[in-house]
Design a protein around this ligand. Sequence first.
Ligand code: ADP
Ligand code: ZN
Ligand code: ZN
Length: 742
Amino acid sequence: MTNIESTRYTNVCRVAVFIPLRQSFDYLIPDHFHRYSIQPGIRVLVPFGRQNKIGVITHSKIHSSVNRKRLKCIKTVIDGKPLFNHSDLHLIEWAARYYHHPIGDVMSSALPGLLRKNRAAELPAETILCLTPQGEAISLDSLKRAPRQQELIKYLQATPARLSSTKALNKSGIQWRGCLSPLIKKGLVIQEKQIPDCESSSTVSSLPLSLTTAQQQAVDTLLENTHQFGVFLLDGVTGSGKTEVYMQLIQKVLNQQKQVLVLLPEIALTPQLEERFRARFPVSIGLYHSGLTEKDRCTHWLQFQQGITSILLGTRSATFIPMSQPGLIIMDEEHDPSFKQQEGFRFSARNVAIRRAQLLNIPILLGTATPAIETLHNAQTKRYQHLKLPARAGNSVLPKLKLLDIRNLTMHSGLSEALIQHIDKTLSQNEQVMLFINRRGYAPAYMCHQCGWVARCPRCDANAVVHIDQQRLWCHHCGSNSGLPKKCPACHGIKLEALGVGTERVEKFLQQRFANARTARFDRDSIPSKSTLDTLLSAVQNDEIDILIGTQMLAKGHHFPNVTLVCILDTDQGLFSTDFRAAERLAQMVIQVAGRAGRAEKFGQVILQTRQPDHPLLLTLINHGYSRFAVNTIQERVQAHLPPLSYQALFRTKSTNQASGLHLLQQMRTELEKITDEILVLGPVPAPMEKLAGQYRYQLLLQSSQRKALHHCLNRIIPYISTLKISKLVRWSVDIDPIDLY
Ligand code: ADP
Ligand code: ZN
Ligand code: ZN
């Protein structure tokens, strides 16, 4: 009976509603809707509970298993044309399944903020004033008595297309508003709306370079495969000319009238790449990152979706942007952890981009000097093609890495005397110095000399960090802060001491020691915005800065021709972490940082301060480079059954009540033991920082050597969680392929 019921009615569609539930919902299509107005990829307004919600149709004609009487009707159709095509929707559904994340949330994160609301998906149009044939023919003399009308007609008659946007008229100072309606009445002028063309550079100033043999090989291999899916790892040392390879490939794809999506880890890297692309390609280039206004994001999204822009440069949020003529996807600095979203919809942009290229049947190029261990493993097992650029292009040579043993040395704000000598020498040659320390602020601890009291964050399991300029204590985890006490709150003693070193302290010391040198600090405190960063970066380019001090922020991609000395002050920090990926991160950091040195003709050197001069990781890296390090690391992971040789999912809980999260995970564990014995279940354990921002955090790790088995198990355990009463008191999340076990 139900079968007959459901087959008789095909006017039902399935909608991914923008709500945090792990399912889609079926809705009736009212008879008065035109059948063609209901297509997959179109946004609709639907009743949900007592509210109306927005969603996207994923399937237009389905046989619903829901009793027809319980189905509600679609309220409004928002779009005239689908925003997502079949392949886009396929990707979104796949991502929701793979990451076990609510499909409505995946769908809405694939849209720009403005289109998550009930707003038309229209490109902003501008008003155009246009001469009619009479307007073109009229003699200016006949308008003598209306000087303003005369002026407007004269202006329009002088333009090549006999029209002008009102924006341009405003700029020219012509008073057009008052005289428009009489001119329209006389039939001399008409007013129209028009979508403005994208700006593109009309002059090309950078010509393709003649490629090195290795570059040419990389380009040729890819060109043989432009018409089908394939993953290519462009493994090129820093400064080997990966960007030139990208550009020559992009040119070929543009010649085929197709589009290129270029993904970058950080907004900060977009300006220089954008500049290089604009100098090379006379086409319109779109941008998509969080530094744009909502309106601009929406415009760039629509322009790429409609094929108006040919190249799109974006951060991980651009991974899902629809392409009308897909040709190629490029992911630069593919190893960068910023490609993984760490909250909400926790997806890996690399993983999604690869799946996307597969669905679109186009190639994807992953570029980096320090491939992720996962990626290298895929290259070794021939799932990806491995393209290598082993040497720097042009005249620069790779810098030399050196360990500086600081055991038993007196340190001055984190710097050894030997290092200070190197800095001195570099400055005296009018070259620039770059110092890295992975901690901002003045000092990571504030302690009473008399009683041992240490300033802690009241809401986290963490020390408060001293910031001297502000005279405040800050928690770097939850942002709570307070004034720097002058007296010990415990014993009222006045001997309070800042312990350890951060960027602020290093800068203060260097300003004292090298009073004539100009310093600049690059961290989140000193660089509040992208424009400050841009200003500072160009000051470095113009040699207005001598010493750069920074956190990771400085490590990525930048090109500083006059930096010849790079120092890592706190190398050892990465050697003793509990996270199995810490070594990989350290190695990548060292090589990337080193890549900033000696990028022009001048020879560069890199100094790593360490108290572990015999540490095998450091020795391998220094003497044999990243690839040897990576080969060793893969072997270690094989032996320890760690990713990429196994697959993980991490459940995290947060709750104000300390016990609730733990209980939830314990109940899950019990259930998991009933469901399967194929999965390794580790925990529950407290998160490395158990208390954060007043919430208690626990985690449960699932691991399997079979991805399928893991996902099968997740499909059963996730629905089980919502049946638990305690789940109402706990916020929980699941992270597939976690890259940080915090
Ligand atoms: P990567 O992206 O690999 O770090 P870049 O593309 O920034 O390297 O190139 C580093 C420098 O080498 C740039 O100044 C670039 O113009 C130059 N370069 C790249 N390819 C060549 C080439 N084939 N011949 C000469 N110079 C090149
Ligand atoms: Zn005290
Ligand atoms: Zn805190």
